[in-house]
Ligand binder design. Sequence first.
Ligand SMILES: Nc1nc2c(ncn2[C@@H]2O[C@H](COP(=O)(O)OP(=O)(O)OP(=O)(O)O)[C@@H](O)[C@H]2O)c(=O)[nH]1
Ligand SMILES: [Mg+2]
Length: 271
Amino acid sequence: MGSESEAIAGWYPGHMAKAVRRMRESLAAIDIIVEVVDARIPRSGRNPTLDALAGRRTRILTLSREDLAESATTKRWLDDFARQGLRAIAVDGRQPRSVARIATTVTRLAAGTARKGMSRALIIGVPNSGKSSIVNGLMRRSVAKTANRAGVTRQLQWFRLAPGIELMDTPGVLAPTRLDAGAQWKLAICGALPQDRYDPQHVAAAFYSWLIARHPRTRIPSPRAFAAARGFMRSGGEIDHHNAARSYIRALNDGAFGRISFESPDDAQAA
Ligand SMILES: Nc1nc2c(ncn2[C@@H]2O[C@H](COP(=O)(O)OP(=O)(O)OP(=O)(O)O)[C@@H](O)[C@H]2O)c(=O)[nH]1
Ligand SMILES: [Mg+2]
């Protein structure tokens, strides 16, 4: 997947570089950082550039899409982050009741960090990790645009969360570095990469080889079996593997194959 890795490394569009610049400029006013990472990839789904940007500010790590991750693994991640002294919460970003737990923590932290009665928070993370959904949940109405593809939010935008608390939504930013093959398929499945930047067949195949190495007796269909069963045929009887693989990845994200965590705190760091 060498050439793909370059294509992805090259995908650091102007809006991301600009967003990072603007975030840096706003940092002096920021007291709290809410980092959002897909609960299925708490290691590969974090961006070291944003981590460095957060510095020593009060921080909340939000594991989003907890509805798609294995509950026991998410629990292990939460314990692991707690051991590192990081406040972490797992949520379903589409459910206001779930997101309310972030509001409780932000409000409590805001009381301790406010300057002249105002506390400001910045929400950061890789593309499509669920930042704007959380903003909407916290605001209890749809104020920020959300969609299931990378690069929806393009501008930094302030929202008034409560009297004395402001929150800034930001565009997703991917680390502008070469991604190793293991991180690529995970970020692609979690929607952090734009669809035209990866080959869905490679991604579906990489996922499935990871899966059968872990669960040799899995009942989740292989991409090939899925394509055949769903009738992805081109005229002439050939299987349309490309569109089948896209549909396979969509099914995974719809939860059709059940809850799957792609990473656990016990994996070797390099995995
Ligand atoms: N299943 C599930 N889907 C979620 C969750 N949170 C967000 N989504 C979906 O994920 C997609 C992306 O959400 P956004 O909130 O737009 O993500 P974002 O981080 O703001 O994305 P960018 O602005 O592109 O960086 C949307 O289709 C949401 O409905 C969650 O906890 N569970
Ligand atoms: Mg957004």
